[in-house]
Design a protein around this ligand. Structure first.
Ligand SMILES: NC(=O)c1ccc[n+]([C@@H]2O[C@H](COP(=O)([O-])OP(=O)(O)OC[C@H]3O[C@@H](n4cnc5c(N)ncnc54)[C@H](O)[C@@H]3O)[C@@H](O)[C@H]2O)c1
Length: 441
């Protein structure tokens, strides 16, 4: 696996590259390409994100990103600009890394892709390649080509598979690079940008490349929904899901990752990408019930957890105080887009509970709209004060180190529901709390 310091500026034939959109995908993409030796211009229309980057600070929480950003900016190979057209005007290859959120009907909302395509259409140099790195539905390479209206420009699909929280590692160590292009010569121009990373390249057509990203995410969602269902079955029958997952996952055909039960999958990709794949299949009149079942099973998991909290405190949520630990969709990120924790918070509030939240990435007394007016606190200790039950929703490792004996004196009732199977049930019970995990007793 390459180490960033070994591959600094190693590329034999540097290219002029533009990256449009400085988000979870655009920043790592731009940093890796500049680090390898390409001349990169990153366009971001949001002034806060842009100014943060210019100051050498990543506007998104990703381990190791700041350490790479500063030397990359100092090398002069990474420029930050506001306008997509200013980045694309001199570029040989332009990566579109803008958001593709879920639209009202489940289809992807392509308005950012469309807008950038219009912005850059007239300035692209002859022979340029435009790369859809955003997750986009089948047919988007053609859609962008139509919007560009340039016979001398080619559009290529190159979906991104990085994991939030591991973006730097994954960007330098991709398990595969999928490129969908009208010819392999064009496709290889894109794949060759990343050649020093020595990743396996899957060269294919645009349709297959676009579909591969959705297929991968739908499969991961199905795997998680399967694990959640098994945890519910273990609860009902008295089994142990940790042992079950190990027993299943050691089969190399299955694999161990994504078999841990949790509060339901969420984040900025799996919910919108499974919804988009369902919409794509419906349009194509292809049965997609296997993915639809994963989605409904995910909602069932959240309802199951709310019921578990209700049962734990004696059958009534109305008037109860729930201390929620973790609000991001997973640990290691500050991203709360489509966080299952916030969906469960909404269900608790609707049932009449009040919520005291703590997350290491959320300030005390935060008032962001997605927090639904819950109280947020500076520590788990403060968030637990006066609560009837503690509900662990994000797997922040520090929660496993909390001293429950200290908490026992500040809560109103001693109950814990651990939706990540993170805590030591022995320690929690030894401090006088009831403990309920998922599929473990
Ligand atoms: N977040 C992930 O982990 C991840 C992983 C793989 C793929 N993806 C896909 O990558 C795409 C981007 O996701 P993200 O999470 O990085 O999004 P993001 O919202 O964090 O970043 C997109 C950025 O693009 C900027 N932008 C939008 N229009 C612009 C324009 N016209 N000019 C300049 N800047 C513009 C926005 O201001 C924003 O900062 C999506 O399609 C997503 O599905 C995301």
């Amino acid at each position: 696996m390459p180490n960033p310091s070994e591959i600094l500026g190693v590329i034999a034939s540097p290219r002029r590259v533009a990256v449009i959109g400085a988000g979870y995908v655009g920043i790592p993409t731009a940093v890796v390409l500049a680090h390898l030796g390409h001349h990169v211009t990153l366009a971001e229309r949001d002034a806060t994100r842009r100014n943060s980057l210019l100051a050498g600070l990543s506007p998104i929480m990703e381990e190791g990103l700041d350490d790479l950003l500063v030397p990359t900016l100092q090398s002069g190979r990474l420029q930050i600009v506001e306008k997509a057209a200013d980045a694309a005007g001199a570029a040989e290859i332009v990566f579109l890394c803008v958001a593709t959120p879920q639209g009202d009907d489940g289809h992807s909302d392509l308005s950012f892709i469309d807008a950038v395509s219009r912005e850059i259409a007239d300035v692209l140099p002859a022979g340029a390649i435009v790369v859809n790195k955003s997750t986009v539905p089948v047919g988007t390479a053609q859609r962008v080509a139509d919007l560009l209206g340039r016979r001398d420009v080619t559009v290529v699909s190159n979906p991104e598979f990085l994991r939030e929280g591991f973006a730097v590692y994954d960007s330098f160590n991709p398990e595969r690079i999928v490129v969908g292009a009208p010819s392999s010569a064009i496709g290889h121009q894109v794949a060759d940008l990343f050649a020093p990373l020595r990743a396996q390249v899957v060269m294919t057509d645009e349709t297959t490349s676009e579909l591969t990203k959705y297929a991968a995410n739908a499969f991961l969602a199905a795997k998680l929904s399967f694990a959640n269902t098994m945890s519910r079955l273990c609860d009902a029958l008295g089994g142990n899901v940790d042992d079950l997952s190990l027993g299943m996952g050691l089969d190399s055909r299955i694999g161990r990752s994504f078999l841990r039960p949790g509060p339901g999958w969420g984040g900025s990709c799996l919910p919108k990408d499974t919804a988009a794949l369902v919409a794509i299949a419906h349009d194509a009149k292809v049965d997609i019930s296997i993915v639809e079942a994963s989605i409904s099973s995910n909602h069932a998991q959240q309802a199951h957890l709310v019921n578990a909290v209700r049962d734990t405190i004696g059958g009534k949520l109305d008037g109860a105080v729930v201390s929620v630990w973790g609000l991001t969709f997973k640990a290691g990120t500050s991203d709360r887009r489509d966080s299952p924790a916030l969906e469960i918070v909404e269900l608790l509030l609707a049932a009449g509970a009040s919520v005291r939240g703590f997350d290491p990435t959320v300030a005390a007394d935060a008032t962001d709209a997605d927090l639904h007016g819950i109280g947020t606190f500076a520590s788990v200790h403060d968030a637990a004060a006066g609560s009837d039950v503690i509900l662990v929703l994000t797997e922040w490792p520090q929660f496993a180190l909390v001293n429950f004996e200290e908490l026992a004196t500040v809560v109103r009732q001693r109950h814990v529901v651990d939706a990540r199977n993170l805590l030591s049930m022995r320690d929690v019970r030894a401090a006088g709390f009831s403990y309920r995990g998922l599929g473990r007793r």
